[in-house]
Ligand binder design. Structure first.
Ligand SMILES: [Zn+2]
Length: 91
């Protein structure tokens, strides 16, 4: 789990996600299943906490033990941004 403060927080992870291009399955708004390497799959949750901070919670080692942005989280964030954008009226 990590707090997404700015895009620079995940810029390296986004580059990796762009290279790996993992499959992202949308479970619900804010809940995504992202393919990892070696036939693994992780659930990533994107939500705002009670203080309004943007929390990204991935079930992989980086997410649970190191609390650093991983490419699963970056891929899920990209899907989440699209989902939030589509769920709001744009005009
Ligand atoms: Zn991860």
């Amino acid at each position: 789990m990590f707090i997404l403060n700015t895009w620079s927080t995940i810029s390296k992870a986004i580059k990796t996600a762009d290279r790996v291009n993992p499959t992202v399955v949308i479970e619900a708004l804010g809940v995504y299943r992202v393919a990892g390497r070696n036939n693994t799959e992780f659930t990533v949750a994107c939500y705002k906490d009670e203080e309004g901070k943007r929390v990204v919670d991935c079930g992989c080692v980086a997410g649970t033990k190191l609390h650093t942005p991983c490419f699963h989280a970056a891929a899920a964030i990209k899907a989440h941004v699209s989902m939030v954008t589509w769920s709001q009226p744009v005009f």
